[in-house]
Design a protein around this ligand. Sequence first.
Ligand SMILES: *Cc1c(COP(=O)(O)O)cnc(C)c1O
Length: 345
Amino acid sequence: MNFDIDRLLRRNIRNLKPYSSARDEFSGEAAVFLDANENPYNSPWNRYPDPHQRILKEKVCEIKHVPTEKIFLGNGSDEPIDLLFRAFCEPAKDNVVSINPTYGMYRVAADTNNIAVNQVALTSDFELDAGSVLAAVTAETKIIFLCSPNNPTGNALDNCGILQIISNFNGLVVVDEAYIDFCPEKSLLPDLDKYPNLVILQTFSKAWGMAGLRLGMAFANEKIIEVLSRIKYPYNLNILTQQKGLELLAGEQLKNEWVKIILKEREKMIRNLLLYPFVIKVYPSDANFVLVQVYDPRGIYNYLVDEKIIVRDRSSIALCEGCLRISIGSPEENATLMEAFDQLI
Ligand SMILES: *Cc1c(COP(=O)(O)O)cnc(C)c1O
């Protein structure tokens, strides 16, 4: 493996000097701030937020055991996905490789940046075929996107296959671990230091229950993080998100309890679903949702909408014929779903 970040970066990004904000030039304690054209009234909302999110990053460092230089915080993990394209992929020239089916945002970010996506099908049981992924790489491939546990299939990919890809590709490998809190033992985060081309995405939107705050993370070697930080909007995380995020991150215990309940509910949901005659298959899940193959997915979807229950119809997606994706809700919500299904038989 021959990883050289300068070779990989777009030339304009390599030479880019970032916007220098008032809060960059002076960030210490002071009595009077007259440097940023802020309004002196309406404290504390009148002040720009910390562009480096220092306090929040310290907290994330403590939770994730990753030094702050290797942490990027963004407006959801959608932000680092887009920034990776902008930093490394030359529009109309470079390409990325992704698995199929997978999370739709990689494709949207690729289209926005005019970057082609070479999609590689997972096997019929949604496993990763590392050889086919590597075979899809061309001279113009800058990033390989993997997602584990994968959305919408729910399964974690085999880490041996992922590591084989990381070790045999000169570009970046992004492993999206949005659902990793539901199977923490499968995370590649402990291996981060071994692989200079590995970018791990995580989020506080799922297990931590903060989807509305928009707070996502990228972990990577400090050179990659430096690039993302250089091209982000200076104030990408507003004061409310930084403060509320910090406050809620004190509740790791609570998050662990939620995960425990959700995992128990998931197993109950799987057992119950298998009892219905319209259910063909429930795929194994490492996440907080299950992919369920049914007869007449559209009919069942529409019936549930009439019952005021919304699930995700994934039946038109490759390898997901007939499938609905169902998030694991509270015990009460899950019981409501089962009562609705009871009326179908
Ligand atoms: C939900 C999800 C995310 C989360 O995105 P945020 O922007 O952090 O809310 C990222 N990746 C995958 C695969 C997801 O399913």
